[in-house]
Design a binder for this molecule. Structure first.
Ligand code: FAD
Length: 481
């Protein structure tokens, strides 16, 4: 079901684009096909679609006007932030009837208030730029992910992004104090409160966090800040197994109080992949261990994180949990350790189209899940390489599968399909989640749909019909109603 167009349904994309330019202004609506294509390609470059138009408003009022114009013309809207999402949520799947609404021009920081530990920012702010501006005021916004140089805060909220600091600060949901949203009828929900405590009935902002643009367009966000953690200790550790990594994590939770800010698990292949992306990247530890952990402790003020890290690792080594390790002696060394983790993604991308997952299971079952799923993959797909890594503390693993070198594009697609089926079969036995942090988008819709309990489907359907009765907001994303 699309929006309620009648006469307008007869118009082609070029006429609709012209009508939008007349209604909203030429500056707001892109007209060149080449320019528009950039907004219709996913981050990996695996999928390119098309669109009637790309709308680029500069203000909340312009977003509201765009929503009303689209309704009038019978067009539906795909909101787009930095377009770094990995599940095809931000690019159209019905190019003849959908527009892309890019938030990238709505990038003003309205207020940073250190006294209140809060900020109010527009959705199009790029995450790393926002974090830098906040850091200049001595404050910290803890959301941290590999795509932070391109993703936008509105996209982060719409996907309830996770990242490397979740174990200490929580998912994006925990960092949002309020939202301003343009609803599907063009009205504006004003909720940019910075109150920590506000129990006046149902917390409506929660509906839009993780909704992937299916209920409205987030135009501004109020967020919570903490003091900038200027003391950071970073270590790369070699271990005997993922099981030991989980033991080490539990010990760190006990010994390091709440100061641990990251705990990332990687296989030895991480080094090869990172160096395939960045040949000059130094690897300061032997690649002989079966498992690696990148661990960070951070704090501000009177806290001595270097001493804490040192004493923690001494104990863990005495116990035989950590076999080898290196502690960064400078910010550059710490940055290089993080580049290994981040370079893994790029290294995998360089090996061509492959199967990517974003899975979570209870922490206590993570090691056995990974072992079982990797075994199932190697039995079903000889020659394929499983790469499991991720935010161990959250029970979140990316179990990716790389096709054998020299695979044709068709063989790769077949492998992806088969690998996904094999991994999901194991996951279902563990009652885990097919999406720990990336969302559903269009890519995971069939898998989400197939696993949706009837009562949850009934509620989601009722909610969608109540908020967006004409189904104009990101149709085809998450579910088809
Ligand atoms: P987009 O990709 O543009 O959009 C994502 C979804 O949100 C779409 O459905 C879109 O329609 C909707 N949307 C966007 N903006 C708005 C808005 N203002 N209002 C309403 N709807 C909107 N994700 C993690 O959670 N953790 C990670 O560690 C992580 N690491 C990554 C590393 C790399 C290298 C890459 C490429 C991606 C990674 N991601 C990760 C995925 C991605 O970066 C996040 O999902 C991010 O939050 C998406 O933000 P974006 O601005 O790019 O959104």
């Amino acid at each position: 079901m699309t929006s309620a167009g009648t006469i307008e349904d007869a118009k082609g994309p070029a006429e609709l684009r012209l009508a939008l330019r007349q209604m909203l202004g030429e500056d707001i609506v892109l007209s060149e096909t080449e320019e528009m294509l950039r907004f219709c390609r996913d981050w990996h470059g695996d999928v390119t679609t098309g669109t009637v138009a790309v709308i680029r408003p500069r203000s909340t009022q312009q977003v509201a006007a765009a929503v009303k114009a689209c309704r009038e013309l019978g067009l539906s809207i795909v909101p787009q932030g930095g377009n770094t999402g990995l599940v095809l949520g931000a690019i159209p799947d019905a190019p003849e009837r959908q527009v892309v609404l890019s938030l990238s021009r709505m990038n003003r920081i309205r207020k940073i208030d250190p006294a209140d530990f809060s900020a109010v920012v527009e959705s199009g702010c790029i995450l790393s730029e926002l974090k830098d501006a906040i850091a200049k005021m001595g404050m910290f916004f803890p959301l941290a992910l590999g795509a932070q140089g391109s993703c936008q805060i509105g996209g982060n909220v719409s996907t309830n992004a996770g990242g490397v600091n979740v174990l200490r600060y929580g998912m994006t949901r925990e960092l949002v104090l309020g939202l301003e949203v343009v609803l599907p009828d063009g009205s504006i929900l004003e909720g940019l409160s910075t109150l920590r405590k506000d129990n006046r009935g149902i917390d409506l902002k929660q509906l839009f966090i993780g909704a992937e643009g299916t209920l409205g367009i987030i135009t501004a966000v109020s967020i919570t800040l903490t003091p900038y953690p200027d003391h950071v200790a970073t270590a790369l550790l070699g271990l005997a197994s993922l099981e030991d990594a989980i033991r080490l994590y539990r010990r760190a939770r006990r010994d390091c109080c709440d100061l641990m800010s990251a705990f990332e698990f990687m296989p030895p292949l991480a080094f090869t992949l990172a160096q395939e992306a960045m040949p000059d990247l130094p690897i300061p530890i032997s690649a002989e261990y079966p498992a690696y952990v990148l661990m960070e402790i951070s704090g501000s003020g009177l806290v001595d994180v270097d001493d804490l890290m040192q004493r923690f690792l001494e104990g863990a080594m005495e116990e035989g949990l950590v076999l080898d390790g290196t502690i960064a002696a400078s910010q550059t060394q710490a940055r290089n350790l993080w580049l290994i983790r981040e370079g893994m993604n790029e290294g995998q991308a360089k090996r061509g189209t492959h199967m990517r997952t974003d899975i979570s299971v209870p922490l206590s079952q993570l090691a056995s899940f990974v072992e079982e799923a990797e075994k199932a993959v190697s039995e079903a797909l000889p020659g394929a390489v499983s790469v499991s890594y991720g935010h161990v503390g959250d029970g979140n693993v990316h179990l990716n599968v790389l096709p054998p070198a020299g695979s044709t594009p068709e063989e790769r697609i077949q492998l992806i399909y088969k690998a996904k089926t094999v991994v999901n079969e194991v996951l279902d036995r563990y009652t885990g989640s097919i999406s720990a942090e990336h969302g559903i988008g269009r890519l995971k819709r069939p898998d989400f749909d197939a696993r949706l309990p009837a009562t949850r489907r009934k509620l989601l359907t009722a909610l969608k019909h109540a908020v967006d009765p004409e189904m104009i907001m990101n149709p085809g994303c998450q579910l088809r109603f």
